[in-house]
Design a protein. Structure first.
Length: 354
């Protein structure tokens, strides 16, 4: 049983417990190059020790037989900028999830939310518009793509990559906002823990006997949605869809049976695998969806370690990390990262929790 060295006197269910001060200049606006030259803070749950390394040194902490699980979702150009109706003000639509096989109708977020109602259109150009059909839960809308081309082509040709709100739009960011192994279209946000991997690093890991397994979870806007309740237990997560192939489930289940470690690359992998665990150590393959909210007190069924970035204050992602490493050790690591001038958020540096 891992020791987590907990001695906190704060209320870990109060949102204020997950606040911390971050100088604005530490918010990364683009990744380092090559990607695997980002910094790596290694957090040892057993000893409480912290080590400062470089990401390409991560094989030093993995061993033959470990299973590294990665999310191969691909960010789609889901953001559309236009005007409300013919002569209205600026408006924006973020496509989140298709509601039909033809990619015509979507669940979406719109701006300005209070002024776009059923029957309104967001005019993209002379050939293309997005019609608001209905209001849905959690501020979402049902919308329909209207145009001379197929909805799929409209998205590919006229949509924009939806960068996180804390990243200023720049060519380097737009080009880099995808993992090197992304292959399944469907996300509006990238699984950013995977940004640190290069093709050469993946080959090195495979050559060292690390088993690479890919699952798919399409990341929705909930990853940026703030927690607005004082008691974090009352927060509701946005639903996200995932798919685990039979071969991926078999690899993970075999490793668990043989006592080998499962290392998740990113919080999306954690939520996917923990949601798909029908019993301790058993992953069920197939398609599913998850609203799983992981915070301190959660008992992990599958995951033994985590590679992740440094997350926003008061975010559900920081709470998940605190559940994995323990609250006190997590906040100690974050204080150390700020002190040592690590780069934060999507294009920032990485943390390995083992």
């Amino acid at each position: 049983m891992l020791q987590r060295h907990e001695c906190t006197t704060v209320d870990i269910y109060d949102i204020s417990a997950y606040d911390y001060e971050l100088p604005e200049e530490l918010i990364a606006q683009y990744p380092v190059e090559p990607r695997d030259r980002s910094r790596l803070l290694v957090v040892d749950r057993k000893t409480g020790n912290l080590e400062h390394r470089v990401f390409y040194e991560i094989p030093d902490y993995l061993k033959a037989g470990d299973v590294l699980v990665l999310n191969d979702t691909k960010v789609i150009p889901a953001r559309f900028l236009g005007r409300k109706n013919q002569n209205g003000g600026k408006a924006e639509v973020l496509l989140v999830k298709p509601l039909d096989d033809g990619f015509s109708c979507w669940e979406a977020l719109v701006r300005p939310g209070k002024r776009l109602n059923a029957g309104d259109s967001v005019i993209i150009d002379s050939e293309t518009s997005i019609l608001i059909l209905d209001r849905l839960d959690q501020g979402m809308r049902k919308v329909q793509i209207i145009g001379n081309d197929s909805p799929y082509n409209v998205i590919a040709k006229k949509g924009k990559v939806p960068l996180p709100p804390y990243v200023s739009e720049n060519d380097k960011a737009l080009k880099s906002y995808q993992t090197v192994y992304a292959r399944v279209d469907g996300s509006v946000a990238a699984p950013t823990a995977g940004f640190h991997f290069t093709e050469s690093l993946l080959k090195r890991l495979a050559s060292a006997g690390i088993e690479l397994v890919y699952i798919t979870l399409h990341v929705g806007p909930g990853t940026f949605r703030p927690v607005k309740v004082k008691n974090i237990k009352e927060h509701a997560m946005h639903r996200e869809d995932y798919h685990i192939s039979s071969s991926a489930a078999d690899s993970i289940n075999r490793a668990k049976y043989e006592g080998r470690r499962i290392i998740a690359v990113g919080t999306t992998v954690v939520r996917c695998l923990e949601s798909a665990a029908v019993d301790k150590d058993i992953i069920s393959p197939g398609k599913g969806s998850t609203e799983l909210f992981i915070f301190p007190g959660y008992e992990f069924k599958v995951i033994d370690g985590l590679i992740t970035n440094f997350h926003l204050p008061k975010s559900t992602l920081l709470m998940l990390v605190s559940a994995m490493a323990g609250y006190d050790l997590t906040m100690k690591a974050y204080r150390e990262a700020v002190k040592e001038r690590y780069r934060f958020y999507s294009f920032g540096d990485a943390m390995l929790i083992i």
